[in-house]
Design a protein around this ligand. Structure first.
Ligand code: ATP
Ligand code: MG
Length: 571
């Protein structure tokens, strides 16, 4: 390619809407443009990266036995109603009607449509297992589209679905995909952790996420410093422990204390000089329509995903203002004592609550708290569950190690679905004995556009992107320092021809620009190698080859530059 002809509209300024490096650099380097919130155009340079990632994914999926197909984006509501997800999916689903008023959606995921395909076409055990995948756009009306392609409303995903005749087969397919994902992300040059994960709206019973490590990531994970345990904090189990702080002994008996205008844990803790570890936060939730009171230690954070999973409910919200008045609950002073007498509100407590022998709780009366409460003795708890977020430095649930927290970007997730979809959609096969059996499924997603952005989050500096060679849009850029110098241009053209014939992906920056501008753009775009054709090329037949990653520059003989670059790339 010649830069003079190539459509790469780079920017001098960073657009103000871009908050994180990958978004800023993708815009600045002329790789993507925003069409609307969460909707992006991939320009030629950016699309080359996408194509490279897709190629790696295709190779690994095919190697693991996957077969590529293409499913429709536009899907009839009927199949979603049949699986029960039309109503569950909520506002994230883009819904539309055809000219006859029939409901459709733009696929946020494709379990329904592929299960129905397989239900129709597969009848015998002889046709299983099947691993079918596609790479194409997904549509999710995200609440907060942001960070460019990291959280889009239209984005590119690889989704593979496995169909097996039994549990052992399903697990084999899962293992294959687990390994294929390791290969994909290794080849993309990402640093990542594989963590146990929540199954969310997709469902199923076992799941792992592949998290590309990045401080800007939205996912929070914990990992053990001793064993290979790692989990998304959304599901990470907690070991309960009793409070460790020094207890204030001035209040020993259960008594009502005046706490005028003091509502938060911090305020009450400071006023009473009692550590938050000896306080209980009482939260009122509506769980599938039922009002419940949830108790957690004052220094801990409630984990709503765990709470929802443990309760087995589908809708969980913090209660609203009118629920408080309806149930005589006093906002800011909510507490578990006496709640039941009035309304028989169920009380759910975190595992640590019964380990406290002393607690401060809201008195359910304006401007008052109770001190000296003994939860075991005084609170009528209905259920004790693990419902808090794990914290940095807590013990590992699997060994004697310590957990550490870090952040990252979820680039892939794999699920064992079991019979969730085959049951709802009646996808069965006949076994050797002529008996109908449910097909067992798995599903496996990789965010292609998100992977591109994650790679930049991990590989950039103040000057621009530093692409891993495997997904770089081009391997090398040739920069003649003066395009007015005929000899220099001839030398650059010759190198360009030679490298092309060696199968090296090369950009010749033949633009009528100052050398400084070209060097800046080369660093911004992030070509792994830069060949400078300058005076030395004419005087002693050499060029300078610079690595974007290490910054090292070496002088190479003109007639050896092709084989030199080739060897760098194959490394
Ligand atoms: P998240 O928790 O980040 O919203 P998810 O768990 O809903 O993602 P999955 O249903 O597991 O996503 O989708 C498979 C993969 O698709 C994800 O691992 C991620 O890489 C990618 N992905 C999901 N949502 C988006 C999005 N809005 N924009 C870009 N990529 C996405
Ligand atoms: Mg996911």
């Amino acid at each position: 390619m010649r830069a003079s002809e190539y459509f790469t509209p780079t920017l001098r300024e960073i657009p103000s809407e871009a908050e994180i490096p990958s978004h800023q650099l993708l815009l600045k380097a002329g790789m993507v443009r925003k069409a609307a919130a969460g909707i992006y155009t991939y320009l030629p340079m950016g699309y080359r990266v996408i194509e490279k990632i897709m190629k790696i994914i295709r190779e690994e999926m095919n190697k693991a036995g996957g077969q590529e197909l293409l499913l429709p984006i536009l899907q009839p509501a009927g199949i979603w109603k049949e699986s029960g997800r039309w109503d569950v999916y909520g506002e994230e689903m883009f819904r539309l009607k055809d000219r006859h008023g029939r409901d459709f959606c733009l696929g946020p995921t494709h379990e329904e449509i592929i299960t129905i395909l397989v239900r129709t076409e597969v009848s015998s055990y002889k046709q299983l297992p099947l691993l079918l995948y596609q790479i194409q756009n997904k549509y999710r009306d995200e609440k907060r589209p942001r960070f460019g392609p990291i959280r889009g409303r239209e984005f590119i995903m690889k989704d593979l679905y496995s169909f097996d005749r039994d549990e052992a087969g399903m697990k084999r397919s899962y293992e294959k995909m687990y390994q294929a994902y390791i290969n994909v992300f290794n080849r993309c040059g990402l640093k990542y952790k594989i963590v146990e994960a929540d199954t969310g709206a997709i469902g199923g019973n076992k799941s792992h996420e592949f998290i590309a490590l990045a401080d800007t990531g939205e996912a929070e994970i914990v990992y053990c410093d001793k064993c290979d345990y790692a989990a998304n904090v959304e599901i990470a189990p907690c070991k309960p422990s009793p409070p460790k702080a020094v207890k204030n002994v001035s209040f020993n008996n259960k008594e009502l204390v005046h706490t005028p205008g003091l509502q938060s844990i911090e305020e009450v803790s400071q006023y009473l000089k009692i550590d938050p570890e000896y306080m209980i936060k009482s939260l009122i939730y509506e769980a599938d329509g039922e009002i419940i009171c949830v108790l957690i230690r004052g220094d801990r954070q409630i984990n709503e995903i765990k709470l929802k999973n443990k309760l087995g409910c589908s809708n969980l919200y913090l209660a609203e203002e009118n629920d408080f008045s309806k149930y005589n609950i006093v906002k800011g002073y909510v507490g578990p004592l006496g709640l039941k007498d009035k309304n028989n509100i169920k009380i759910i407590a975190d595992l640590e609550i019964p380990l406290m022998d002393y607690a401060v709780v809201g008195a359910n009366r304006k401007d008052y708290h109770y001190v000296g409460v003994n939860p075991q003795r005084d609170i009528d708890i209905d259920e004790i569950l693990d419902i808090r977020f794990v914290e940095e430095g807590e013990p590992c649930p699997n060994c004697s190690g310590t957990l550490h927290k870090t952040r990252g970007i979820e680039v892939g997730q794999i699920f064992q679905l079991g019979d969730k979809y085959s049951d709802a959609l009646n996808a069965v096969f006949t076994d050797e004995n002529g008996k109908a059996q449910k097909i067992l499924m798995g599903c496996y997603g990789i965010g292609v556009s998100r992977t591109m952005a994650a790679a930049i989050e991990q590989n950039h500096d103040k000057d621009g992107i530093i692409w891993p060679i495997s997904i770089a849009p081009f391997h090398v850029v040739i920069i003649p320092v003066s395009e007015k110098d005929e000899k220099m241009m001839n030398a650059a053209e010759k190198i360009y021809k030679d490298l092309n014939s060696l199968g090296i992906e090369v950009m010749l920056d033949d633009r009528d620009e100052r050398a400084g501008v070209k060097f800046k753009d080369a660093d911004l775009i992030g070509y792994p190698y830069r060949i400078t054709v300058g005076k030395k090329t004419i005087s002693d037949n050499t060029v300078d080859v610079k690595s974007r990653l290490s910054g090292e520059e070496v002088t190479v003989k003109l007639n050896e530059v092709g084989s030199y670059i080739k060897s760098l790339i194959s490394e």
